[in-house]
Design a protein around this ligand. Structure first.
Ligand code: TRP
Ligand code: SF4
Length: 330
């Protein structure tokens, strides 16, 4: 039997290059080998966006169009929306029964978000339970492996603790201990050199128009020591160069040499990069556009995915109800 994978993404906005390089490209590889469930984590998104959920419906379809355009195949993986499988909330409740408050209050992601995010009220009962819902997502499908970014490691640790506590309390090995599979740390930074993120406004969306791409690349910082055209550059200190390494690995060594010998100027170098990126995105954007012309097709895929997820989730939830003496026959 194939090992199982569940992963999810919150539908909080358009997907950018940082989502493709590091996460989606990883999912595309994993779907070949594992039994994959890829989930739109809309409940998780609501935990922070509950005051203004107006865009969520469109964002979900838009994000799934990007998943498909980047190579996720509904034949190989089940794509579904978390809120369409009610068992997530049910297991979340079961796990909440015995999850100590201290585990959640100490969770580094929780403390950090409370500190960093000032424009929303996150001091809520639901937000504290964010990692418990994530544990429910993972355990519901008995996933063996969970591909995530480094920031999510504490949630995986908590999931394992919850699974251990459940198994030992009810004296039954219901849940396996899921392992995190770290996404390849994206070598592609944001336009300003920090992690690419919507909140830093340093991103290039997968759906970015060519003119916008040119503008954004033009404004990127380059080697700060290179002031005049004939100053030799230091590609290792230049974010533009690291984009070449990821997007055009064959051109990268030449750019490296030209830059060090001051035989290419930064303006020219960035112009070339912009065109490389535009052609890199072109096939994705074409597929995305075709997909978005028939949203019914995307909804069909999500419906099929839901059916598969629903069946797998039901099996787990029935066994949990039995163990906890909650009525399972009506
Ligand atoms: N918390 C994850 C994030 O912000 C999203 C997520 C929700 C998830 N449920 C999950 C990831 C289950 C992996 C497994 O990135
Ligand atoms: Fe960076 Fe290119 Fe300028 Fe070199 S030439 S510093 S790689 S932008």
């Amino acid at each position: 039997m194939k090992k199982k994978i569940l992963s999810g993404m919150r539908p909080t906005g358009k997907l950018h290059l940082g989502h493709l390089i590091g996460t989606l490209d990883n999912w595309v590889k994993l779907q070949e080998e594992y039994d994959c469930f890829f989930m739109v984590a809309d409940w998780h998104a609501l935990m922070s966006e509950y005051e203004d959920p107006a865009h969520m419906g469109d964002t979900i379809i838009d994000n799934v169009a990007d998943w498909l355009a980047c190579g996720i195949s509904p034949k190989k993986a089940a794509l579904f929306i978390q809120s369409q499988v009610p068992a997530h909330l049910e297991l979340y409740m079961f796990l909440s029964l015995f999850t100590p408050l201290g585990w959640l209050e100490r969770c580094p992601t929780y403390k950090e978000q409370l500190r960093e995010i000032k424009n929303r009220d996150l001091k809520t009962y639901a937000f504290l339970g964010y990692p418990v819902l994530q544990a429910a997502d993972i355990l519901l499908y008995k996933s063996d492996i969970v591909p995530v970014g480094e920031d999510q490691l504490p949630h995986l640790e908590l999931t394992r603790e919850i699974a251990r506590k459940f198994n030992s309390m009810y004296k039954k090995e219901v849940f396996p201990q899921p392992q995190a599979l770290l996404n390849t740390v994206s070598k592609l930074r944001g336009l300003d050199g920090r992690k690419m993120s919507k909140s830093y406004n340093n991103y290039i969306n997968l759906s970015e128009e060519p003119e916008e791409v040119r503008k954004k690349i033009k404004d990127m910082f380059t080697d700060p020591l290179r002031i005049r055209l004939n100053d030799p550059g230091h590609p290792d200190k230049c974010n533009v160069h690291s984009y070449y390494a990821v997007l055009a690995p064959l051109r990268e060594p030449e750019i490296d040499t030209l830059c060090r010998k001051a035989q290419i100027g930064c303006t020219e170098c960035k112009k070339e990069l912009a065109e490389i990126l535009i052609s890199y995105l072109a096939p994705i954007q074409k597929k995305r556009k075709d997909l978005l012309q028939d949203k019914g097709y995307i909804r069909d895929i999500l419906r099929e995915g839901k059916e598969k997820a629903y069946a797998a989730a039901l099996e787990t939830i029935v066994s949990v109800r039995k163990l906890l003496q909650v009525q399972y026959e009506l």
